[in-house]
Design a protein around this ligand. Structure first.
Ligand SMILES: NC(=O)c1ccc[n+]([C@@H]2O[C@H](COP(=O)([O-])OP(=O)(O)OC[C@H]3O[C@@H](n4cnc5c(N)ncnc54)[C@H](O)[C@@H]3O)[C@@H](O)[C@H]2O)c1
Ligand SMILES: C[C@@H](CO)CCC[C@@H](C)[C@H]1CC[C@H]2[C@@H]3[C@H](O)C=C4C[C@@H](O)CC[C@]4(C)[C@H]3CC[C@]12C
Length: 371
């Protein structure tokens, strides 16, 4: 009996569990049949209907509608959890939300999660950070190609989203070793995905829709030589699950560490990479070189930013192209590392072929193929 109780003792909390990545983390936890998992709590501002279908399995799935900016709501959700996977965040590089709101959700929300762990005695915290905590920086320095966690880069930000992710990551790493209720140390680490793709990726869907509107075409804006790191959502979720599983056994090695998320996805430009999925769905990318000169793109991006500012009192104008998104898309950033493999035995669960096929099937199913 004692063995059975021991076998099913753990409670995981996934904040942002109804988001693009969060849903994959939740499903992965259930699929991998984590041996000691008794309950998964999903804490999100907006609860999704698909949660209902998960409630019939052997692991208890508890949906908690809540806001990470509200410390008491976070503390109530964290109480009794063994591991917190904190993926909740406001992902906004388009100027939809105010800098204050982004800071409140991403920084204050993370502070609340850390304090809740300390107060309630939760020892293991996995934070979803981002490649953007590294760059691109405000000085316009080139990112790096095939970089790793040790590659030097002057990370100085001004855009609210990377600023908030960098601050939150720092808080999480600094919290490693703090004494939680009961006296044991908190063990934290941060995962830094590059651009995530896969089933549920809204920006991919937006590009597909845009392509359909333009007569099944997209127009190249970024040189093919600018490589942008991408990673499949299933592999990012798998990394989170593995870290959560291994943190207890390897706390000395993994505590306070950052890990880039990586897999076998090829190094390509942002647009060429998207075409891996959109071409089989009937779109084509026009031009082997950008059709618009770069200076014109910069001008358009600046105009968009100006229009956004002018129109803000009346309506929300938030196009995809702005000076920041242009800088990210137009600056090489790819990672090549095996730190996660060395520290906790990570190998991608999904091959590139599998990741690609799954994503194509999702685009086709979501929108239907053009005739
Ligand atoms: N999408 C990417 O390419 C990418 C890359 C690197 C890192 N990340 C990070 O991964 C995490 C998840 O991103 P995503 O792409 O799944 O975004 P998403 O917007 O799909 O998911 C975020 C989830 O957090 C929830 N949330 C937002 N504000 C909240 C609040 N105040 N309280 C509680 N829940 C709240 C949202 O409802 C949503 O379900 C984020 O922390 C993001 O910074 C994303
Ligand atoms: C200039 C346009 C011509 O087609 C292309 C603009 C594309 C941009 C909208 C996207 C290019 C790179 C993306 C970002 C990147 O993949 C990594 C991210 C990290 C993550 O933490 C949040 C999402 C994002 C910022 C992602 C957002 C969209 C891009 C800027």
């Amino acid at each position: 009996m004692a063995g059975t109780a021991q076998a099913q003792e753990q409670v995981y909390l996934v904040t942002g569990g109804c988001g693009f990545l969060g849903e994959h983390v939740v499903r992965m936890l259930l699929q991998q049949q984590e041996p000691r998992l008794r309950e998964i709590r999903i804490f999100d501002l907006h609860l999704s209907p698909w949660l209902e279908e998960l409630k019939t399995g052997p692991v208890q799935v508890t949906a908690i509608q809540g806001d990470v900016t509200q410390a008491h709501e976070v503390a109530a959700a964290v109480a009794g959890a063994h591991v917190v996977i904190h993926t909740a965040g406001l992902v906004d590089v388009f100027g939809r939300s105010s800098p204050k709101t982004i800071h409140e959700v991403n920084v204050q929300g993370t502070k609340n999660v850390i304090e809740a762990c300390v107060q309630t005695g939760t020892r293991f915290l996995v934070y979803t950070s981002s490649m953007e905590v590294v760059g691109p920086n405000i000085k316009g320095h080139p990112f790096y190609s095939r970089g790793n966690e040790e590659t030097p880069y002057e990370a100085v930000h001004s855009h609210p989203y990377p600023c908030s992710k960098a601050l939150a990551e720092q808080l999480v790493l600094e919290a490693n070793g703090r004494r939680v209720r009961g006296g044991l140390p908190l063990v934290t680490c941060a995962l830094r995905p590059t651009g995530i793709y896969g089933e549920g990726h809204q920006i991919m869907r937006d590009f597909y829709r845009q392509g359909l509107r333009l007569g099944c075409r997209l127009f190249r804006a970024i040189p093919a030589s600018v490589e942008h790191g991408r990673v499949y959502v299933g592999n990012v979720a798998w990394m989170h699950v593995l870290v959560a599983r291994e943190l207890e056994q390897r706390e000395k090695l993994m505590g306070g560490q950052v890990y880039f998320c990586y897999d076998e996805s090829p190094y390509k430009s942002y647009e060429d990479f998207n075409m891996e999925f959109l071409a089989p769905c009937g779109l084509r990318l026009v031009g082997t070189r950008p059709l618009v000169p770069y200076w014109l793109l910069v001008l358009l991006a600046t105009l968009n930013a100006l229009l956004q500012w002018l129109l803000r009192p009346f309506l929300l104008y938030a196009p995809m192209l702005n000076p920041y998104t242009l800088a990210v898309a137009n600056t090489t950033f790819t990672v090549s590392t095996n730190k996660a493999q060395r520290h906790f035995g990570y190998e991608p669960l999904f091959s590139w072929e599998d990741s690609r096929n799954r994503t194509i099937r999702w685009v086709q199913a979501v929108e239907g193929s053009p005739s």
